[in-house]
Design a protein around this ligand. Structure first.
Ligand SMILES: NC(=O)c1ccc[n+]([C@@H]2O[C@H](COP(=O)([O-])OP(=O)(O)OC[C@H]3O[C@@H](n4cnc5c(N)ncnc54)[C@H](OP(=O)(O)O)[C@@H]3O)[C@@H](O)[C@H]2O)c1
Length: 336
């Protein structure tokens, strides 16, 4: 049996290009004592994957040239010589863009508590880091109050779609910003958002003004750039900005200029807080408890886009920057 894997060949200066990664194969390693062999089944596609292959360190060191591309994923233990892993067990962690992973004390994967009728991919989405990100950001930083106005950018994406629904469950008026009429219709017709603004349509600044007549109390910021600035211009007194992500700049070689309406945060006594979900991993059970409860009650609807086939991984990463996903983007690497 062979292990296919994508190695980083060249750092991209913009979008992922055909020469960014190299598809490589190796013999599946023989495991030793204290190791377990895991067959990777699902890989999570995250905007942060793009930041990990730049030159500049982020909250993790850059992936080095020649290394397996770093990524979160899920797999099943196929062979174990480690007391914590059993054959057939579903496990998750930073498996990387490869078909087989050797788990050990140094390369830990965590067991997944599987729930009946839940697709394993959900543990990468609403019942995994995506859900935790939305829950921590909205609950701990955004703290939406009944009647307040919450704006979520990239609202039809993985984190945004969950964050907006959590704000709704807290009694807020929720406005989503997303690209295209189809995504906007999903927000208002399927997910219960009060309004949606298509930032790709002409006159969208006016639509945002109409959708936020009492200004904006919470900005759950996923995008940055022009979208963030339009929201900053409409912040309310004592508003909160949950700085979750800045995807509009991740493919840029140079940092984008500062937002022209930044001064409004001073005038409006706004609290802005950035956060990284890894710092909050200790609260995953609490988050999953809340999120799975809402799902079981039909109050939280997860969205997912599945790409089939291991070789599709580089294309899937570009999909995030084209807005070609709705909800959580995952690759089923065993399909195709
Ligand atoms: N702080 C943390 O710990 C943490 C954890 C997870 C994710 N994040 C951040 O959260 C954000 C969302 O991540 P996600 O995993 O949920 O991805 P996602 O929203 O499912 O996918 C990205 C979406 O961003 C939108 N987008 C892409 N380029 C854009 C641009 N130039 N301008 C405006 N919108 C653009 C696209 O939607 P449209 O079709 O609407 O354009 C796309 O579907 C990202 O910024 C990510 O880095 C942060």
């Amino acid at each position: 049996m062979r292990n296919r894997r994508f190695l980083l060949r060249e750092r991209p200066t913009g979008r992922i290009e055909p020469n960014t990664f190299e598809l490589d194969e190796e013999e599946v390693p023989e495991i030793g004592d204290g190791e377990a062999l895991v067959r990777v089944e699902w890989i999570s596609i995250d905007p942060t994957n793009r930041t990990w292959i730049g030159e500049t360190p982020t909250y993790l060191p850059p992936v080095q040239i020649g290394e397996v591309m770093r990524a979160a994923g899920l797999g099943r233990v196929v062979k174990s010589r480690h007391s914590s892993y059993e054959e057939g067990q579903l496990v998750q962690g930073l498996v990387g863009w490869q078909e087989m992973f050797v788990a050990s004390d140094e390369a830990l994967l965590l067991p997944v508590n599987e729930v009946a009728d839940v697709s394993p991919s959900a543990y990468l989405g609403v019942l995994g880091m995506t859900g935790l990100t939305a829950w921590v950001g909205m609950t701990d930083i955004g703290k939406p109050q009944p009647g307040e106005t919450v704006v979520v950018s990239a609202a039809a994406g993985a984190v945004g779609s969950v964050a907006g629904q959590i704000a709704k469950l807290n009694g807020a008026r929720v406005v989503g910003i997303a690209g295209g009429p189809e995504k906007c219709a999903i927000l208002t017709e399927q997910l219960g958002f009060d309004a949606a603004v298509d930032y790709k349509a002409p006159g969208w600044h006016e639509r945002l003004t109409e959708a936020t007549p009492e200004l904006i109390d919470v900005d759950f910021e996923n995008v940055g750039g022009e979208v963030m600035d339009a929201v900053f211009a409409r912040l309310n007194l004592h508003s909160r900005v949950v700085l979750c992500g800045l995807i509009s700049g991740y493919n840029d070689a140079e940092p984008p200029p500062g937002p022209p309406h930044f001064g409004n945060l001073l005038i409006k006594r706004t609290h802005l807080e950035g956060f990284i979900v890894l710092d909050h991993f200790g609260r995953i059970s609490e988050a999953i408890g809340a999120l799975s409860g809402w799902m079981a009650d039909g109050k939280l609807k997860p969205l997912e886009t599945v790409v089939e086939g291991f070789e599709e991984l580089p294309r899937a990463l570009n999909m995030l920057f084209d807005g070609a996903n709705t909800g959580k983007l995952v690759v089923d690497v065993t399909a195709g």
